[in-house]
Design a binder for this molecule. Structure first.
Ligand SMILES: [Zn+2]
Length: 299
């Protein structure tokens, strides 16, 4: 993925400085819930809210200080995130305009370990997530390191095909951000609010099914973004789409559940199976407009 040299967004807040605290006293249950709900790509806002509420009751104050003297690695992480966020802003602005709408950018907060949000305290164990109440994406950049390790994105790509900029796993990371921005788009379009209201009236099983549809739509929106962003910037390089598909496969609920508990419990899915996630990302990649991402009608 080509990413250097393009505009960087001003909507990134870097809170990685100061005395980030280790959180103590979080219940095992809280951690398990957070793991299942949030491992990679964040959960839907409703769960985010519930889990954070559960976690905030037992933890120490979060750090929210601006970063000082960042390392070269931290600087580069911020540069990458800011460029991808700017890419989502510039591209979604065009897509919204085509629909006669105006795009309002999301904010993105970089933090370490924990930070206050309008949805409760954000914890790095939750993975990246979007809080609709403050229209912000929360991201602990250590997640990217962890993601590379856990998804096995460690190998070098064939360097003869790539420019020196390209790093293994960079597009998978951009896809994570694009998925969260997909939740922001749902928020702007009023979809999140409708889903939230409907889920209040439902059984847990139905509610989980609706959550899957919402998550798959965010994957589809990430695909649409990749397509239109590529038309604008030609940022995709050989192997990038496969990289995102590989990531999508490894973050399906079925895959994660199998790994963590050895069996699959479809009723508890909240993000969708690997196959569903790949299908909807690809659907977005080939879509003409947002209507192709109607996961609520067809899954
Ligand atoms: Zn999500």
């Amino acid at each position: 993925m080509e990413w250097k040299g393009r505009r960087e967004s001003d909507n990134v807040e870097d809170r990685r400085g100061g005395g980030a605290v280790k959180t103590g006293g979080i219940s095992i249950l809280g951690l398990v819930v957070a793991f299942v709900a949030w491992k990679f790509f964040g959960a839907d806002p409703q769960q985010a809210y519930q889990v954070t509420k559960q976690l905030t009751t037992q933890q120490q104050p979060a750090s929210s200080q601006a970063i000082q003297n960042p390392t070269a690695e931290q600087q580069e992480a911020k540069q990458f995130v800011s460029t991808v966020l700017a890419d989502t802003e510039d591209t979604w602005k065009i897509i919204f305009k085509q629909q006669g709408l105006q795009y309002t950018p999301a904010k993105l907060v970089l933090y370490r370990q924990s930070t206050p949000t309008a949805c409760g305290t954000g914890q790095s164990a939750m993975g990246p997530f979007y809080c609709p109440s403050d229209r912000s994406i929360y991201l602990d950049t250590d997640f990217f390191v962890e993601m590379r390790q856990q998804l096995g994105i460690s190998g070098e790509k064939n360097s003869t095909q790539l420019s020196r900029q390209d790093q293994a796993g960079d597009f998978a990371m951009a896809y994570v951000i694009a998925h969260e921005v997909g939740h922001h788009v749902q928020n702007l379009l009023g979809i999140s609010e409708k889903v939230y209201a409907q889920r209040q009236q439902m059984s847990q099983k139905q509610s989980n099914q609706l959550s899957v549809k919402q998550e798959l739509q965010a994957d589809c929106f990430a695909g649409i973004w990749a397509k239109y962003n590529n038309q604008r910037t030609h940022f995709l390089q050989q192997g990038d789409v496969e990289e995102a598909i590989d990531a999508a496969e490894k973050i399906g609920d079925d895959y994660l559940q199998k790994r963590s508990q050895g069996q699959i419990v479809p009723d508890s899915f909240t993000h969708g199976t690997s196959q569903q996630r790949i299908k909807w990302f690809q659907q977005g990649l080939h879509a003409q407009d947002l209507s192709a991402c109607d996961t609520f009608q067809h899954t």
